[in-house]
Write a protein that binds this ligand. Structure first.
Ligand code: PBG
Length: 332
């Protein structure tokens, strides 16, 4: 049923915008701190907080300071934190064995966060790139990123993260069949409540540049990720991937990057109604931050507007490096 619009001047849309009170009354979407997952970068050492040059305001933190940051995030009401390790080059190998080491940086950080901030959900990243001498998310055999062998490694990595106490596993690798393999392994190991937030529609994007600096993968990466990440020209394929991952047992799904792909967010939410998240990635963050630092835009307003856009597009939440800043504003 199409609502009828009376002709002007019976209908004046500006009546609904005349004051803050009326605008609040007719507002269709809201942004709250409940919408945020905060991605953070973990590094070795103690008492270290090191700026990421291409992401001003974002830090790499040692495990002790990650635990402290998580406690602050919990106090702000941020529901989840997502850990990304900056792995020392000496630990990157062809077999990526560090990925499922129970005491690797990421697993130590999971335990530290669970101990210091037990109410915040801990999300992880599952992909081989931080541990791979080739910088790829999967094994490289004769120049090919091989699928099935990679999935076996990702399952080991998943189990190690679940053992360490992860609440939400975040496969960002884009291999085929990994969600089903991970879900079965988690069930078999008794981790019935460990959730999977699948990076189901992840595009081969140039917006990941600053992140690869942050995790020290830029130098390592040979070639590009186009044989596993999606072609930015495609939209129907994203829906098929989301459907596939949901049928394999994903609890939640993600579209990544965020702002350039809001059309995909809307289609995914409308088609499946599943918990849907977008990742406002490093390049999106860096562009807003850089323009704000130059005085070209109002950084605070653009940040909040960009986050609201995800809600309007149907997302249930957003992975964003702005999470603590935005939370502080939203919490007054
Ligand atoms: C790697 C991974 C990437 C991001 C999250 N996990 C980069 C990539 O695929 O190369 C990007 C996040 C961001 O840009 O903020 N598995």
């Amino acid at each position: 049923m199409k609502p009828t619009i009376a002709p002007y001047p019976l209908t004046r849309f500006r009546r609904a915008r005349q004051s803050q009170a009326i605008r609040g009354l007719v507002r269709e979407n809201t942004l709250t701190v409940d919408d945020f997952i905060w991605p953070v970068f973990v590094r070795d050492g103690e008492g270290i907080e090191e700026p990421v040059p291409s992401m001003p305001g974002v830090m790499r933190r040692s495990v002790d300071l990650i635990a402290k940051a998580a406690l602050e995030a919990q106090a702000l009401g941020i529901p989840a934190i997502c850990l990304f390790p900056y792995t020392d080059a000496s630990l990157k190998t062809e077999d990526c064995a560090e990925a499922w080491n129970p005491d690797n940086l990421s697993n130590r950080a999971i335990r530290a966060v669970k101990a210091s901030a037990p109410d915040i959900a801990v999300m992880t990243d599952v992909a081989l790139d931080p541990y791979n001498i080739n910088g790829h998310d999967g094994y490289v055999v004769d120049g090919e990123i091989v699928n099935d062998q990679t999935v076996e490694a990702l399952v080991k990595m998943t189990l190690a993260q679940a053992e360490a106490g992860a609440d939400i596993i975040g496969p960002s690798d884009m291999m085929d069949g990994r969600i089903g393999a991970m879900r079965s392994a988690l069930e078999a190991a008794g981790h019935h409540n460990v959730m999977i937030l699948s990076y189901a529609a992840k595009y081969a994007s140039a917006f990941y540049g600053p992140f690869r600096d942050a995790v020290g993968a830029s130098g390592a990466l040979t070639g590009d990720k186009k044989t596993y990440q999606m072609d930015p020209a495609n939209s129907n394929e994203a829906l098929r991937l989301i459907e596939r991952d949901l049928t394999e047992g994903a609890d939640m799904v993600m579209i990544k990057p965020g702002m350039p792909y809001l059309d995909i967010c809307r289609r995914v939410k409308d088609n499946f109604g599943a918990p849907t998240y977008a990742y406002q990635v490093s390049g999106e963050f860096a562009m807003i931050r850089a323009a704000a630092q130059n005085g070209w835009i109002d950084g605070e307003k653009v940040m909040l507007e960009s986050l609201m856009a995800f809600k309007r597009a149907g997302c249930d939440g957003i992975l964003t490096y702005f999470a603590p800043e935005a939370a502080r504003i939203l919490q007054g």
